[in-house]
Design a protein around this ligand. Structure first.
Ligand code: ZN
Length: 283
């Protein structure tokens, strides 16, 4: 499931072919994904210029010159592919249409952006740009972890009273936007905090240290995603899924990477999701 860095990588990959460009033709091949598409979506998108392509949490928002904003959510398995890019960043031709190509944007500049989603947990919606932030999906989302509102004062006030495991608190999208299972596991490893530790029982300095650590973990992943974009010239134009070297995520039974530790990484299930941690380094 794509988390904030993956979505940001998709946005970065789409921006050069979509931002400031007119959608010559939007093709919508089915009535719905997770929810029904908005009325006449293809017509409302065709001919519109995308003034700005931005991200809020795990949503990509395309502000159109018609006062509407296209909201895109990749869901569990959604993929964005770019082909026929006139600038040559993506040199491959348009591929044959595939079974789960649900929405296709043919840009006036010749690029084609295809949204493919086999499991159809993704979503697209059109909303008035002025009301975008109050859309039901966005209204209750907490501050962006890389923005100024996510700071030590805010974080301590929001987390310190919580009697839930710290991992549960960090996954709460009302507390902070866009964090998911992978990057929460990685941040807690770097902070030396066990994912099962109750938030209200973690000392203030240890909690406060999480703020820059979360920023670092995400910034590094976004950088890895950005450098992966260069490889798409040789690859298939698919954006957003990149190889990243995780310290604990997905490494159950493998040795901890802390120098001098080498304890086997452990996996526990919390609220139905796997947490990976080093029982020696994380308390
Ligand atoms: Zn360790």
């Amino acid at each position: 499931m794509p988390e904030l860095p993956e979505v940001e990588t998709v946005r970065t990959g789409l921006a050069p072919v979509m931002e400031g460009q007119v959608i010559a033709r939007a093709t919508v091949n089915r009535p719905d994904l997770r929810w029904p598409f908005p009325e006449r979506m293809a017509e409302r998108l065709t001919g519109a210029r995308i003034d700005r392509l931005r991200r809020r949490s795990k949503y990509i928002l395309a502000d159109l010159d018609r006062g509407e904003t296209l909201l895109i959510h990749l869901g569990m398995s959604g993929r964005m592919t770019v082909s026929g890019d006139p600038l040559g960043r993506f040199v491959h031709d348009h591929p044959m249409p595939e079974k789960h190509d649900h929405v296709v944007f043919d840009m006036e500049n010749g690029a084609r952006v295809t949204f493919n989603d086999p499991r159809r947990f993704g979503a697209m919606d059109l909303l008035p740009t002025l009301e975008a932030d109050s859309h039901p999906l966005l209204a209750s989302i907490g501050p962006e972890p890389l923005g100024n509102a996510f700071n030590e004062g805010y974080f301590l006030a929001a987390v310190k009273p919580r009697r839930t495991p710290i991992k549960t608190a960090l996954l709460d999208q009302k507390l902070v936007a866009g964090l998911g299972n992978i990057y929460v596991c990685e941040a807690l490893f770097r902070a030396g905090i066990a994912p099962t530790r109750r938030a209200d029982r973690i000392s203030t300095p240890r909690l406060a240290a999480l703020v820059p650590i979360i920023r670092d973990v995400l910034t590094e992943a976004i950088a890895a995603g950005g450098s992966s974009l260069k490889d798409y010239r040789q690859a298939d134009g698919e954006l957003g899924y990149f190889q990243h070297n995780f310290d604990v995520y997905g490494r159950e039974g493998e040795p901890c990477r802390t120098p001098g530790c080498a304890t086997a990484i452990r996996r526990v299930v919390q609220s139905g999701r796997s947490s990976f941690y080093c029982p020696q380094c994380q308390r």
